[in-house]
Ligand binder design. Structure first.
Ligand SMILES: Nc1ncnc2c1ncn2[C@@H]1O[C@H](COP(=O)(O)OP(=O)(O)OP(=O)(O)O)[C@@H](O)[C@H]1O
Ligand SMILES: [Mg+2]
Length: 234
């Protein structure tokens, strides 16, 4: 009789998400989180790192290219995520890639892998891939680097989430888009105008390899603990 391998799913702990993806991600998954400005990408990815270290005993690196470390930590503290405390315990490392800017792609990648190694991290966030890859200009470089990063993280079994800033409706990265094909999963946060009176946020899963996932548009709430994804209601 053929044995069905028991699948280990890694919970994200983001309220409402795991039930939509068969309980969680698979080890080594490489996920892109797409979203327009201010849709909650940083909050979502902070929860991914925070929960990993706090709840699931998997050390994690948060590489920020968008906000400096201080303002990131301060903003996330408002959602009850104390990154300073987790850093002191050696469970999390917040890496400021902006501060390293100008040193080129090679050293950015080195810093990233070094940080993972330092604490023995099992999960990684890069916020944002858009900024991280801005050093790679030629199309060839970009594609080559994407594959390199993908393969390296896969080999190490690091489960990764990278954000992509993208105006709604436009291509992921104009004229490139290789990351869409490389990624195991694509999540999207999008804002829309509700009844002409307010902006609301929705979440959807565009793909997730090897997973039977929701294909619905889910409402997103901002709570005192971060974002929460609601079950679909017609
Ligand atoms: N304390 C809070 N309570 C409720 N909503 C909040 C709070 N703080 C932030 N927000 C909402 O979260 C949004 C910002 O979230 P976040 O920084 O994660 O978005 P982002 O997609 O990373 O933005 P950017 O494109 O600027 O990087 C704000 O625009 C606001 O709507
Ligand atoms: Mg952000």
């Amino acid at each position: 009789m053929a044995t069905v391998p028991t699948e280990v799913r890694l919970k994200t702990g983001i309220p409402g998400l795991d039930p939509l993806i068969q309980g969680g991600l698979q080890k080594g998954d490489f996920i892109l989180l797409l979203g327009d400005l201010g849709t909650g990408k940083t909050v979502f990815s902070s929860q991914f790192v925070f929960n990993s270290a706090k709840l699931y005993n998997e050390k994690a690196v948060f590489a920020t290219f968008e906000e400096d470390t201080r303002s990131l930590k301060r903003n996330m503290l408002r959602f009850g995520m104390d990154f300073d405390a987790l850093e002191k315990e050696g469970k999390v490392k917040v890496l400021d890639l902006e501060a390293l800017e100008g040193r080129g792609m090679g050293s950015n990648i080195e810093a990233l892998l070094g940080a993972l190694d330092d604490i023995g991290a099992r999960r990684l966030v890069v916020d944002s891939l858009t900024a991280f890859m801005s050093g790679a200009e030629a199309k060839f470089d970009y594609s080559f680097l994407m594959h390199l990063i993908y393969k390296t993280l896969k080999r190490e079994g690091v489960t990764t989430l990278m954000t992509v800033s993208r105006p709604q409706g436009s291509a992921v990265v104009p004229e490139v888009g290789v990351e869409e094909f490389v990624a195991d999963g694509i999540f999207e946060l999008r804002n829309y105008v509700s009844r002409d009176v307010e902006i609301k946020t929705q979440f959807l899963i565009r793909k997730l390899r090897g997973t039977e996932h929701s294909r619905k548009f889910h409402s997103v709430l901002f709570t005192p603990r971060g974002v929460e994804i609601l079950p679909y209601t017609p």
